[in-house]
Write a protein that binds this ligand. Structure first.
Ligand SMILES: Cc1cc2nc3c(=O)[nH]c(=O)nc-3n(C[C@H](O)[C@H](O)[C@H](O)COP(=O)(O)O)c2cc1C
Ligand SMILES: O=C(O)C(=O)c1ccccc1
Length: 426
């Protein structure tokens, strides 16, 4: 990407300002979140913004960035700047990724495809979630319509059904996904007070399980459960019907029948049964390695010992992440875990990063600490809620622009050049 993306974005925003037009999505992260809160339902915002426990780790993720300061070099000719990075043998125009986020319909109907198309238009790989609201095949087709062959990866929640894992990975390959990102920090659902207070978990209302309900292996599991009958069919109460209202709105005929048959509830209960496998160990990774040639990324690695094991296990990358503080309250801030993981890996694998990136300057700090690429999470959900595909595109464009400007002001010509010598503690 050319060294002028930052300047071009600035110029466009200021020019629009002269014409009396304000940006579609607020440029500042805090204002963006506030604006999205005003737009979203109480439950949807709670689910997206909320984190585990007292939200200490979520706060620590942000505080960790505040504790780092950039020490720029001057007189370095930064007139041409290069934001590109190489990942899995492909040069990418920027070091950004779209983090896998489930249930994007909470932000906007069709949100998975809209966000992925925005990423596609900028050459940012979209990591499609196992908890998506739309099947990956649909999202891949929407991305190809925006930009043929646009880069997508598939994020896998390792189900307790091996057949389902195999089926999802096969579908990801056929959908043109370039990597499998196995998320390891959600084998047990975190304790999330904001959701608990509202009694609201999207999945228990049939939202965010589209990868499952579109899967032949999963559907067979549901049929078996529905055939066993019992509890499933009898739990169709008015409250349950109301809870499924959003599904009924999308597919009135079929789902009313299904609801009577108990299938949606059977689907939800089957999902809750199979979505995670807390018994997983390092040895199980061989199962995946034997079934796909795609690069495997382990997401949710924080301990340097685990980073070394990941190298030994023959995976292709690790992603330092604490799931945005949504899983284990009291856990180390992701940024604070990054240097030790980078050290442990010692250049043998690329290290990816997420949890707390709120702008281009944060991205630069993570890159300087050794991340090859960084994933944007919550901010794009807020942009999606406010302005759909264009909103996400604007948010990503702004992040890239700020990264470009920060790089230049720090006195660096390429993201590959930055290292910890550029940083000091606050
Ligand atoms: C609403 C929401 C849903 C998420 N769903 C998933 C998911 O399905 N799979 C996954 O691997 N990570 C998921 N994550 C975690 C993100 O991929 C990422 O690690 C996190 O958002 C980073 O924190 P940040 O957004 O505060 O920067 C989710 C995060 C949020 C906020
Ligand atoms: O909400 C999440 O962060 C998430 O990824 C998830 C996935 C499956 C079940 C519960 C939570």
């Amino acid at each position: 990407m050319s060294g002028s993306v930052g300047r071009e974005a600035q110029a466009e925003i200021y020019r629009a300002g002269v014409a009396g037009r304000r940006p579609r999505v607020p440029v500042g992260a805090a204002e963006l979140e506030r604006a999205a809160q005003r737009r979203m339902s109480r439950a949807a915002f709670a689910y997206v913004a909320g984190s585990a426990g007292l939200e200490r780790t979520a706060q620590a993720n942000l505080d960790a960035f505040r504790r780092r300061r950039i020490v720029p070099n001057v007189l370095r000719d930064v007139s041409a700047r290069d934001l590109s990075v190489e990942l899995f043998g492909v040069r990418r125009p920027t070091p950004l990724l779209l983090a896998p986020i489930g249930v994007l319909e909470l932000a906007r109907r069709g949100g998975d495809a809209l966000a992925a198309r925005a990423a596609a238009s900028l050459g940012v790989p979209a990591v499609l979630s196992t908890q998506a609201s739309q099947p990956m095949e649909e999202v891949a087709a929407a991305m190809d319509a925006a930009r043929p062959g646009a880069s997508r990866w598939f994020q896998l929640y390792w189900s307790s059904s091996r057949d389902l894992v195999e089926s999802l990975v096969g579908r990801a390959e056929r959908s043109g996904c370039e990597a499998i990102v196995v998320t390891l920090d959600t084998h047990v659902l975190g304790w999330r007070p904001r959701d608990l207070a509202l009694g609201y978990l999207p999945f228990s209302r049939g939202l965010g399980i589209a990868q499952y309900t579109s899967d032949p292996v999963f559907r067979e599991l549901v049929r078996e459960r529905a055939a066993r009958g019992g509890r499933t069919a009898t739990t169709v109460t008015p409250a349950a019907v109301a809870a499924f209202a959003s599904i009924l709105r999308h597919h009135p005929g079929r789902l009313r029948d299904n609801l009577r048959s108990g299938e949606p509830l059977a689907a939800v209960e089957t999902f809750l049964d199979v979505f995670a496998d807390p018994s997983l160990t390092w040895d199980d990774l061989a199962f995946l390695r034997e079934r796909t040639r795609l690069p495997i990324v382990l997401k949710g690695v924080l301990h340097p010992d685990d980073a070394r094991r990941a190298v030994d296990a023959g995976v292709d990358a690790v992603q330092v992440s604490n799931h945005g503080g949504r899983q284990l309250d009291g856990e180390i801030a992701a940024l604070d875990a990054l240097p030790a993981v980078v050290d442990a890996v010692d250049g043998r694998l690329p290290v990816l990063f997420d949890s707390g990136i709120r702008g281009g300057s944060d991205a630069l700090v993570a890159l300087a600490l050794g991340a090859r690429a960084v994933a944007i999470g919550r901010p794009y959900v807020y942009a999606l809620a406010l302005a759909g595909e264009e909103g996400v595109r604007e948010l990503l464009r702004n992040t890239i622009a700020e990264l470009d400007i920060t790089l230049g002001l720090a006195g660096a010509r390429s993201v590959g050049d930055v290292d910890a010598s550029l940083l000091a503690p606050a």
